[in-house]
Design a protein around this ligand. Structure first.
Ligand code: FE2
Length: 304
């Protein structure tokens, strides 16, 4: 009698399909949907149902409309092909499956092409609350609904332009150590900017309240509430000088968050980031986190 084997799963930390792709050096992969185990789908269903009431309370309206427009399933992991069919006509963005970490320049360059590098694995059932690396819940439930909003999608594209400007700006520097030093500072500034806005940004909501638009908050059951309600969090109007010089720690709830008034304001700020880069104002930002790793730096050096 033929035996049907249960799928091995695409679980963070245990996904042979993804590990093999990584070992082959393949960055772009397929979603291999049939490999998800029952437990993987259950993890999605649990994460999705648990966070719903918090989204209704704390998420910005663009995000809530995005979740509706994408019609994300509550009971199983979404197929990226279905998500993309709904997303494409709205802003041209597409979620593109990747095998793991995407080096800085390539990541921003993807955004410029309206592609969002998307993790396909999902966290194990016993680690629902904290995972340092992204998983499909963070990427698809936290980021992708924001990509249905035109003004926000345009901001991501501008980040991609900034990465190209960083390359142009430093390409002519003969002294390779100085070139690497300047790029390291620029990448640090861009990463901090991205971190405190796209990942952990807060926004003025209707009626003067505060809502979340950062995907690190939108995909975290615990932190979305903490970010908006807790007395332990400092919340300040966004300020460019501060953003690019403030260290960002990834493994704890954020003690400091920045509030934007609108996506128009954020779009204008990314433009200013690019101008500051051209003026050399990002060449010497405050030291500290995040560390710029060798792969990120290399991706910018090689892009020249
Ligand atoms: Fe993210």
């Amino acid at each position: 009698m033929p035996q049907t084997l249960a799928p091995v799963g695409l679980t963070t930390g245990h996904a042979p399909f993804v590990e093999e792709a990584r070992n082959r050096g393949d960055l772009y992969i397929t979603q291999a949907y049939e490999l998800y185990s029952e437990e993987n789908h259950e993890a999605w269903a649990k994460l999705f149902s648990r966070i719903q009431p918090r989204w209704e309370r704390y998420a910005n309206d663009h995000f809530l409309r995005g979740v509706e427009a994408l019609d994300l399933p509550a009971d199983r992991i979404p197929r990226l092909s279905e998500v993309n069919r709904r997303l494409g006509p709205l802003t041209g963005f597409q979620a593109r499956p990747v095998s793991g970490y995407v080096p800085g320049f390539l990541f921003f360059d993807c955004l410029r092409r309206r592609e969002f590098p998307t993790t396909i694995t999902i966290r194990p059932a016993d680690r629902m609350d904290y995972l340092p690396e992204p998983d499909i819940f963070h990427d698809v439930a936290g980021h992708v609904p924001m990509h249905t909003e035109k003004a926000f999608a345009d901001i991501l594209v501008r980040f991609g332009d900034c990465a190209h400007t960083a390359v142009e700006q430093t390409a002519g520097i003969r002294d390779q150590r100085e070139r690497a030093r300047r790029l390291t500072n620029i990448i640090k500034a861009m990463s901090r900017f991205f971190w405190f806005t796209v990942e952990f940004g807060l926004m003025r909501g209707p009626g003067g309240g505060i809502v979340a638009y950062g995907s690190g908050l939108l995909s975290s059951y615990g932190e979305i509430e903490h970010a908006i309600e807790s007395d332990e969090v400092q919340r300040y109007p966004v300020q460019m000088e501060w953003l690019i010089n403030q260290g960002a720690e990834i493994d704890r709830y954020q003690p400091l968050l920045f509030i934007v008034d609108s996506f128009d304001q954020l779009f204008e700020m990314v433009g200013r980031l690019e101008r500051w880069m051209r003026e050399g104002k990002l060449d010497n930002v405050a030291p500290g986190l995040p560390e710029v790793n060798e792969g990120d730096l290399r991706s910018f050096m090689d892009a020249a």
